[in-house]
Design a protein around this ligand. Structure first.
Ligand code: E4P
Length: 251
């Protein structure tokens, strides 16, 4: 990374210093949405929270997380519901034992941070959730930190500014926590979090679909096909020998 930055400073060219593109996670506990998202080839992981899980109604949580993990190779987050460190540790250890791709989600409270430290020291990956200020994010020390964009926008604050601030702060240091932008409501949030350099954007299935759709793509395709149907026929081509073509050209 340093070498790339130095080269950039010398040449004035922009150099991509990230090792990969931003990852897309689906923000859902719905198995059908997850299957569909995975079939699009766009899903690098899944985030869930107690509200999303409750929407699925009458499920066994650990079995449901296991079912999600069977569909997705990447990280799948499972959030603790205890408020005290001891309970979070008990839950966190249970969830982490489901499969190695489970990431335990702890809230950004003092108990949550204590649990995060302890679980991380045991080799369990933790995502710290419900982050609303750069100060909260400063030393969370987890695998992921989740700034909530939409919920800040909802109260008249700038959620994207929070993502930019956290990325800027982390980039000043060799800090391993990945910035996972959450509470995403529309494609602009995804684009702007990518511009800010967030490592992951987690989004509802609807937003992932919106990323792909553009009315001018549909209109353009309709026009291409209408023109094609008007005057082009396509008969099977027989016995084309590409080598013969090359010989002819050389003559
Ligand atoms: C994911 O980890 C968060 O819990 C989720 O993105 C919150 O989204 P919401 O603010 O739309 O409920």
């Amino acid at each position: 990374m340093i070498a790339a930055a130095e080269q950039s400073a010398k040449t004035g060219e922009s150099v991509n210093t990230k090792e990969s593109l931003m990852k897309f996670f689906l923000d859902t506990a719905n198995l059908n949405e997850i299957r569909e998202g995975v079939s699009l080839g766009l899903v690098d992981g899944i985030t869930t929270n107690p509200s999303l899980v409750a929407k699925e109604g009458g499920i066994d949580f650990k079995q449901h997380v296991a079912a999600i993990c069977e569909l997705v190779a990447g990280d799948v987050s499972a959030e603790v519901t205890s408020l005290e460190t001891e309970g979070m540790l008990r839950e966190g250890r249970e969830y982490a034992a489901i499969t190695p791709n489970v990431v335990v989600k702890c809230p950004l409270t003092t108990d949550g941070l204590r649990a995060t430290r302890q679980l991380t020291s045991e080799g369990i990956r933790v995502k710290v959730t419900l982050c609303f200020s750069p100060a909260q994010a400063a030393k969370a020390g987890a695998a992921y930190i989740s700034p909530f964009i939409g919920r800040l926008d909802d109260i008249g604050q700038n959620g994207l500014e929070l993502v930019r601030d956290i990325v800027e702060i982390y980039n000043n240091y060799t800090w391993k926590t990945e910035v996972l932008a959450a509470s995403i409501r529309h494609p602009i949030h995804v684009i702007e979090t990518a511009r800010a350099g967030a490592d992951v954007a987690t989004m509802p299935f609807k937003v992932m679909q919106q990323l792909i759709k553009h009315p001018l793509t549909d209109k353009g395709l309709d026009q291409f096909l209408a023109d094609w149907r008007k005057s082009v026929s396509s008969k099977p081509v027989q016995n084309v020998n590409p080598l013969k073509e090359v010989v002819n050209v050389r003559q």
